[in-house]
Structures are given as structure tokens and as C-alpha cells.
Design a protein around this ligand. Structure first.
Ligand code: HEC
Length: 215
């Protein structure tokens, strides 16, 4: 009897040997694992699809460039250059012009004429600003009702046609100015047309006679 009481009870199988919380966790993990496998294989498929698509569209792009290239070449190459080289006209202005004409474009009263709202700048006869900047100007010039009689230095030697174009385009669109762009080809055309004029324009009258009036 005594020995029997010292013995432990025979183990009894419980109704639910694994606690609910554990089985829920296992179920959760299994679901996660399955869905993870499913999800990654799906992604791999997608990646492959993207790769394939990229390859085909790349080929298409190569093909289309090949067919466009001869056309682009046959067109005046400046078209391509224009979009590739972006020159900052504002930076050129700050460096070379703002000391006299000021960053506001308003100049200095009676000394340096304004470029803001100046018909010499905004005129559809874009050759005027191109020629003044390229060769310089002295003698009398009337700007916005005020007469000036100073000396404007020449910049044709220190600026390329493309830089001149960017600069002229900038001053024609800066401040209150809202005039048209000028391209490097426009600059080249004007410089060739007036190549006989090597030194500075001597005054407003000579400038208007040869280059035309500001319209
Ligand atoms: C050293 C001072 C000085 C610098 C630098 C200078 N200019 Fe001028 N600019 C003048 C003067 C002075 C006149 C008027 C000339 C005259 O009286 O004949 C003038 C006239 C002009 C005119 C025609 C008149 C007007 O006001 O519209 C334009 C356009 C012009 N300059 C643009 C420029 C640009 C762009 C630059 C920079 C590349 C520049 N200038 C740099 C002094 C300068």
C-alpha cells in the first residue's frame, strides 16, 4: 500500500496535449511560410517579365534611334547641339554685364543705360542687341527717353556664338522683358552679315543705318 502511494500516477493523455496558443502560432507560421513562398516566386516571375520587357523595349529603342539618326544628321546639326549644350545666359550676364547694367537690368541713371524695358534689347530686330554686344557701342544713344554718351565694350572676342545667343536670349526674357529667343545660328547669320564692321559701332545713327531701327 505504501509503495503504491509513493508511485506517481500513470501519465494520462490530455484531451488537448498542445496548448491552443502554440497550435495557433504553428498555424500562423505555416500560413506565413506558404504565402511567403508564393509571394517570392510571383516576384521572381514578375522580375523576369520586367527584364524581358526591358530587353525588347531596348531593342526597339535601338532600332528607332538607328532610323532617326540619319534624319537627325541630315538636319542641321545645331538642332541636336541646342538640346545637348545648355549655356546659362544669366551666369554670363552676372559675370560680364551686371557691373554696369546692374543685376536688376536698370543700369545707373545717366551713366549706364537700362536693359530692362529697352527697345534696343526687346526689338524683333534681334540683330541690334547681338551687334551692340559683339562689337560695342559709343556715341549718343537714346534709351527709354534718356540720352547716353558712354562707351560700351565689345564682347564678340570673348563669347562664342552660342554664349552670345544664350546671353541675348536671357536679357530679352529677364525682368519685365518678354521677347523672343535668339539662337546661335541667328547670331552667326548677323555676324557674317556685318563682318565688315570690325570696330565698335560709332553711334546710334550709324547702328540704325546699317543694322536697322528697333521695331
Ligand atoms: C563697362 C560698362 C559696361 C559693361 C560691362 C557692359 N555695358 Fe552695355 N552699355 C554700356 C554703356 C555705357 C552703354 C551705352 C553706350 C553709348 O552711350 O553709346 C551700353 C549699352 C548697351 C546696350 C544698348 C542700350 C540699352 O541700354 O539697351 C545694350 C543692349 C547693352 N549695353 C548690353 C550689354 C550686355 C549684354 C553686356 C554684357 C555682355 C554689357 N552691355 C556690358 C556699358 C557697359
Amino acid at each position: 500500500m505504501q509503495s503504491q502511494s509513493r508511485e506517481k500516477n500513470d501519465p494520462q493523455e490530455l484531451n488537448n496535449p498542445i496548448p491552443y496558443s502554440i497550435s495557433a502560432l504553428i498555424l500562423g507560421l505555416t500560413l506565413w511560410a506558404v504565402s511567403y513562398i508564393f509571394w517570392t516566386s510571383h516576384t521572381v516571375e514578375e522580375t523576369n517579365e520586367i527584364k524581358q520587357y526591358a530587353q525588347t523595349s531596348n531593342q526597339a529603342a535601338v532600332k528607332s534611334t538607328a532610323s532617326v539618326e540619319p534624319i537627325a544628321k541630315s538636319l542641321a546639326s545645331p538642332v541636336a547641339k541646342k538640346s545637348v549644350i545648355k549655356i546659362d545666359g544669366k551666369a554670363i550676364y552676372s559675370e560680364k554685364c551686371s557691373a554696369c547694367h546692374q543685376s536688376t537690368g536698370k543700369g545707373l541713371p545717366s551713366v549706364f543705360p537700362p536693359l530692362d524695358a529697352s527697345k534696343w534689347v526687346t526689338t524683333i530686330n534681334y540683330e541690334l542687341p547681338v551687334q551692340i554686344i559683339a562689337k560695342g557701342l559709343m556715341g549718343k544713344i537714346t534709351v527709354a527717353g534718356t540720352d547716353y554718351n558712354g562707351v560700351m565694350p565689345a564682347f564678340g572676342q570673348s563669347l562664342s556664338n552660342a554664349e552670345l545667343a544664350a546671353l541675348v536670349t536671357y536679357i530679352r526674357g529677364a525682368w519685365s522683358n518678354k521677347s523672343t529667343e535668339v539662337s546661335a545660328e541667328d547670331v552667326a547669320t548677323s555676324l557674317v552679315k556685318h563682318s565688315e564692321q570690325l570696330s565698335s559701332w560709332t553711334n546710334e545713327v550709324q547702328l540704325v543705318e546699317l543694322v536697322g531701327a528697333p521695331k
